[in-house]
Design a protein around this ligand. Sequence first.
Ligand code: SF4
Ligand code: SF4
Length: 354
Amino acid sequence: MSGLARDVLRAWGRILSGYTPALSIEITRECPLRCPGCYAFGADHLGGDVTLREVSDLRGRALVEGILQLVDRYQPIHVSLVGGEPLVRYRELNDLLPALSARQVHVQLVTSAVRPIPPEWASIPGLQICVSIDGLQPEHDARRAPATYPRILKHIAGHRITVHCTVTRQQATRDGYLEEFVAFWSAQPAVARIWISLYTPQIGEISDERLRPADRQRVIADLRALARRYPTLDMGDALIAGYAEPPDSPAACTFARTTTCVSADLTRPITPCQFGGAPDCRNCGCIASAGLAAVSRHRIADVIPVGRLFEASLRVGGVVRRLRGAPPPAPAPGGAAGASRPEGRPEGVEAPSR
Ligand code: SF4
Ligand code: SF4
């Protein structure tokens, strides 16, 4: 059975049982970075009445036990640990990551690599360390200090990380920029793969980060060409096509509908997806959303689109959940670091064209 088929079957089983297969947790409200365009610390990220910095977060055993209880409650097959900056809780993660691995949950840890990544994490089964690197050194270091290129290169040594870049307009305007980025990081021995998202604005947002339609088209064309030349750029045609046709709304977003997102108090839901607030789905550039859209378009045995199967299963799962009485579904119709959080594209769930 292919990795895609196996993941689809596992996710299908969770949906039919009334659960969402993915869980995203902001494990801390703290972050030493101040990235422009960071949605996690945006005023409306948690609905407007409170910001991530004002949420009461947990630490020590309370954090570890709280997350394990959430996982036992939601029974996901994929967990994203985001922040803030998860590495500020590295001591807790030293206990939590092996415990999640023992539960056979695939974990994606999204970090800026602002501090050393403990070497023992390199051998934890099912752990993917995803480092947010937004552009070449001059732009990245200006946006994401103190998580600068020299620090990242030092802190990822001995690991096999995923580089995740969120393309903003500043990076989209120079010819050859993306290729320089992909070539540089492909040459690093600690890099297993590269993922590239596009900046996702809030509805009505006017910012320097927001891509114009022409920028978006150019980035999509560049990605198609680069993915053929750089195997480390782990993005198939079907996934990249998702950037050309994003969902109209959270209700049409498979990723949002199959991911439960929880903030740093481990209770507050983030809706309608990991971006919170009122994200502009028509300009979505989230790799997880595009990846799951590609999976949804894939046809089982060349006949039934996976998306139709998920749609029917979500309805069945809702009935099962109501009969069972708990736990609640994804807090929306619909799954962080800021401009740079890739979120839960399940390991092994590749675009069908790959
Ligand atoms: S992830 Fe889904 S719900 Fe969120 S902005 Fe993108 S398309 Fe909309
Ligand atoms: S984008 Fe991530 S690393 Fe940057 S400020 Fe926001 S949470 Fe911190």
